[in-house]
Ligand binder design. Structure first.
Ligand code: ADP
Ligand code: MG
Length: 684
C-alpha cells in the first residue's frame, strides 16, 4: 500500500533516471507529485467532423487514413510525411515535418484521432504536425490537457501519467485541512475533487471549481501561518516603554502632522508600549513624510531612555536624514551621530565610544552600522529606511545589536495591504495614505523621440527660470555591454554639454562612482551649483532637492512602474510647478499602457496595483522575504479577490481559535507547520 510519503519510484515507469529528473522539480514523494500543479491548460476537447472544421481553430478530428503515408526529402535534409484522412463528409490533409516514423506507424484504413490547428482553406483543410492517437487509447487528445513546468527527461505525458497513478494510489488519503465550515461558507469543493480536477479537469467548470479551492487553501494556510508566526514572536519582551506626552515634540515641528502620520506614530507607540517588541512596516508614498514618523518614534524611545539606530540604504540618504534630524533633536538635548563608510577613523572611534557609553541617542548610518565593533549601551529601536534595498539578513543583523529591539521599517514602495502582508511576512503594517497639504501633482507626459527638440527647449526654459532638472538614463557608460551609448550617462552628459547646452552646468551621477564623489555631486546639485543632473537610478531613493522641478526619464519603458513613480517623487518637493517627462519610442503595447498609467495618476498605491495587474507579482516577490513558503498555485495577479476572501476567512477562524488548538483544526495546524518548516512546538 502506498501513502503520501511513498517514494516516487513506486510508480510504474519511474526508474532511477526519471526519479532524478523529477527531483529537479522537487518531486520526491507521491505527495509532491500530486501537489505539482499545472501552470496552464490546453483545451483539446473540441471535436468536429472534417466538414465543420474552422480554419485557424484547434480541434480534434476522428478520421480514417485514406492512403498510406508518403515520405519526401525536402531542403535542409528534412523529411516530410504526407497523408490524407477522411470521415463521412470531408477530407483532411496531414503533414508531418521531421517525423519519419509516421510513415510506418500510420496505416491506411485505420481510424485515428488527430488534434491540431486547422490550416488551409475551405476546400483543402490541413493539419501540420497534429497529435495522433488511437480511439480508446487517448491520453493527450480529447481532454483538457494540463501543462506542467518541465525539465529535461520529463515530458508532459510522463508527468501526466505519473500523476494519474499517484492520484489513484492516494486519492482517499488526502486530508482536508480546511475546516468544514470554512469550506461550506466559501462554497469550496472537497479536497479529492480538487486534486482530481486540477490535474484531469472533467470540464472547464470543474477546473475552475478545483482551482478556486486550491488557491483559496494556499492563501488561507499562508495567512493563518503568518498569524501564528506573529503571535510566536510576541512571546519575547521588547525594550520597556511608558507612554509619554508627545506634545513637546509635535510643537517643535514646523508643520502639523497629517492624520495618516499621526495614526502611524500611534500604531508604533502602542507597539512599543506593549510587552512585545515592535515589528512594524510603515508604508507611504514618496513625500508622505515617513521620516517624521521615524523621528517621532526616536524621540519617544529617547524619552524612555533608549538609543535608536536609523539605517539608510545610501550615504546620501543617511546624510540627508542626519542633516534634517540632528538640529531637531538638538533642541531637546538629544545627540545624533552619522556613521557611514566614509566617516574618518578618528571621528568613528569617538562615535563608537559615545554609542557604547550611551552618550548618543540616535545613530544614523548605512551598512556601516552593522559592523561588528559598533556596540550600543542600550539600543531600543532600530529603524530601516527603504527596506526593500536591504536583505532581511541585514535587518536582523542590526536587530542583533540588542536583545529584542523594537523594529520599524519604512518603505516607499506602495503595495496593496493584502500583498504587503504576504511579502513582508510577519510585520505589522501601517499605511500613510495621505500627503502633507499643499503638495501639487507632478504633471506627467509620455512622449517619443519626436519631441526631443521641444523637450530641450523646455529644459532650457526651466533652468532660465531658476529651476533644476534631473535626467535619468537606464545605463552606465563605461563598458562594452552598453547597447545604446548615447543613453549611457557619462557619454550622454558629455554630448548634452557639447551639443545642446554648452552654456549650462551639467553634472553626472551614477552608481559606480565612489561614495565620496557621489556625495559631492549631490551636495553641489542640492546647493544649486549645477543646472542639470544626469544620473542613473541612484537618485531614485529619497533624495530631496526642492528646487529641482523637472524629471526627464530616458528609455522610460525600461523601468518598472513603481520605479518610475519613485523617480517622479524626486520632483514636486518645492513650491514650483513640477513636471515629469517619460521618453520612449517603444512599440510594445503593454509598455505604452504602463507609461500611460503614469500620466493618469500620481497615487502610488494605484500605480502599484496597476503594476501588479500588468506585470504580475513576480517583481514584488523578487523582494520576497525569505522563509515564506512559495506559492504553488495561487497567482496573485489574478487571484487577488480570492486572497481577500481567504484572508478574511482566516481572520474569522483565528478570532475563535487564535492558536488553532481545537481538535477540528489539528490537521490545519500541522499543515501550516510543514509549510513554514516549523515543528509543532515552535508554533506554540
Ligand atoms: P518620505 O515619506 O518620502 O520619506 P519625507 O519624510 O522625506 O517623505 O518628507 C517629504 C517632505 O515633506 C520633507 O521635506 C518633510 O519635511 C515634509 N513634511 C513631512 N511631513 C509634513 C507635514 N505633515 N506637513 C508638511 N510637510 C511635511
Ligand atoms: Mg524617505
Amino acid at each position: 500500500m502506498a501513502d503520501l510519503q511513498t517514494d516516487i519510484r513506486y510508480i510504474k515507469g519511474i526508474g532511477e533516471t526519471r526519479a532524478k529528473a523529477l527531483a529537479k522539480l522537487n518531486i520526491a514523494t507521491l505527495k509532491d507529485l500530486i501537489s505539482y500543479f499545472p501552470r496552464g491548460y490546453e483545451d483539446r476537447t473540441l471535436t468536429r467532423p472534417i466538414r465543420e472544421l474552422i480554419v485557424g481553430e484547434y480541434a480534434c478530428v476522428k478520421a480514417m487514413l485514406a492512403s498510406d503515408p508518403t515520405a519526401h526529402r525536402i531542403s535542409g535534409g528534412r523529411t516530410l510525411v504526407k497523408a490524407r484522412a477522411v470521415d463521412e463528409g470531408g477530407s483532411l490533409e496531414l503533414v508531418f515535418f521531421n517525423q519519419e516514423y509516421r510513415k510506418s506507424s500510420l496505416h491506411k484504413g485505420e481510424s485515428y484521432i488527430f488534434y491540431g490547428k486547422v490550416e488551409g482553406n475551405l476546400l483543402r483543410r490541413q493539419m501540420v504536425n497534429p497529435l495522433v492517437e488511437r480511439e480508446g487509447q487517448q491520453q493527450i487528445t480529447g481532454r483538457i490537457m494540463p501543462l506542467y513546468p518541465l525539465t529535461a527527461g520529463v515530458s508532459q505525458l510522463i508527468l501526466s501519467r505519473a500523476v494519474r497513478q499517484g492520484l489513484d494510489a492516494c486519492r482517499d488519503l488526502l486530508t482536508d485541512v480546511l475546516p468544514d465550515r470554512v469550506r461550506q461558507e466559501h462554497g469550496l469543493c472537497y479536497v479529492n475533487y480538487a486534486y482530481e480536477n486540477v490535474h484531469f479537469p472533467a470540464s472547464p467548470e470543474a477546473l475552475d471549481i478545483a482551482r478556486r479551492r486550491l488557491v483559496f487553501e494556499e492563501l488561507f494556510l499562508l495567512t493563518c501561518g503568518l498569524h501564528l508566526l506573529r503571535s510566536r514572536r510576541q512571546d519575547v519582551a521588547g525594550p520597556a516603554c511608558q507612554s509619554i506626552d508627545m506634545a513637546p515634540f509635535y510643537d517643535a515641528l514646523p508643520f502639523a502632522l497629517t492624520n495618516a502620520q499621526k495614526r502611524a506614530i500611534d500604531d508604533a507607540i502602542a507597539d512599543m508600549c506593549s510587552p512585545r517588541p515592535m515589528n512594524r512596516l510603515c508604508q507611504g508614498d514618496v513625500g508622505s513624510g515617513k521620516t517624521m514618523v521615524a523621528a517621532a518614534c526616536v524621540w519617544f524611545a529617547a524619552q524612555n531612555r533608549w538609543q535608536s539606530a536609523l539605517m539608510a540604504p545610501t550615504e546620501i540618504l543617511a546624510r540627508q536624514h542626519y542633516e534634517g534630524l540632528a538640529p531637531l533633536f538638538q533642541r531637546f538635548g538629544l545627540r545624533c551621530a552619522l556613521l557611514t563608510g566614509s566617516t574618518r577613523a578618528k571621528e568613528r572611534r569617538e562615535i563608537l565610544t559615545a554609542l557604547a557609553d550611551g552618550g548618543i541617542d540616535l545613530c544614523i548610518g548605512t551598512h556601516a552600522l552593522l559592523t561588528e565593533d559598533v556596540q550600543y549601551a542600550h539600543l531600543g529601536l532600530v529603524i530601516t529606511d527603504e527596506q526593500h534595498r536591504f536583505g532581511v539578513n541585514q535587518r536582523s543583523a542590526l536587530g542583533q545589536k540588542a536583545e529584542h529591539p523594537h523594529m520599524l521599517v519604512l518603505s516607499a514602495t506602495p503595495i496593496p495591504r493584502t500583498l504587503a502582508l504576504i511579502i513582508y511576512g510577519d510585520l505589522d503594517v501601517s499605511i500613510i495614505n495621505e500627503l502633507p497639504p499643499g503638495r501639487q501633482k507632478v504633471d506627467t507626459f509620455a512622449v517619443g523621440e519626436g519631441y526631443r527638440a521641444r523637450i530641450n527647449a523646455f529644459i532650457r526654459k526651466q533652468v532660465a527660470a531658476g529651476h533644476q532638472v534631473f535626467i535619468v538614463c537606464p545605463l552606465v557608460g563605461d563598458g562594452e555591454e552598453i547597447p545604446d551609448e548615447r543613453k549611457a550617462v557619462t557619454a550622454y552628459a558629455g554630448k548634452l554639454q557639447q551639443e545642446v547646452f554648452p552654456d549650462l552646468r551639467i553634472s553626472v551621477l551614477h552608481g559606480k562612482m565612489k561614495a565620496k564623489d557621489k556625495e559631492a555631486v549631490m551636495a553641489a546639485f542640492a546647493a544649486g551649483e549645477s543646472d542639470i543632473l544626469v544620473s542613473t537610478t541612484v537618485i531614485e531613493v529619497g533624495v530631496d532637492v526642492p528646487n529641482a522641478n523637472t524629471m526627464i526619464v530616458e528609455n522610460a519603458d525600461l523601468f518598472g512602474l513603481s520605479q518610475l513613480h519613485q523617480l517622479r517623487g524626486r520632483v514636486g518637493r518645492g513650491s514650483a510647478k513640477s513636471y515629469c517627462i517619460l521618453l520612449s519610442d517603444t512599440q510594445n503595447d503593454e509598455s505604452k499602457q504602463r507609461l500611460k498609467v503614469m500620466t493618469q495618476t500620481n497615487d502610488g498605491f494605484k500605480i502599484s496595483e496597476e503594476d501588479l495587474r500588468l506585470r504580475g507579482p513576480g517583481d514584488f516577490f523578487g523582494q520576497r522575504q525569505h522563509g515564506l513558503p512559495a506559492m504553488k498555485i495561487a497567482d496573485l495577479s489574478c487571484d487577488m479577490r480570492l486572497l481577500d476572501e481567504a484572508q478574511s476567512a482566516a481572520k474569522a477562524l483565528l478570532a475563535e481559535d487564535p492558536a488553532l488548538t481545537a481538535v477540528a483544526h489539528r490537521s490545519l495546524r500541522q499543515r501550516i507547520g510543514e509549510l513554514f518548516e516549523l515543528n509543532a512546538e515552535a508554533l506554540n
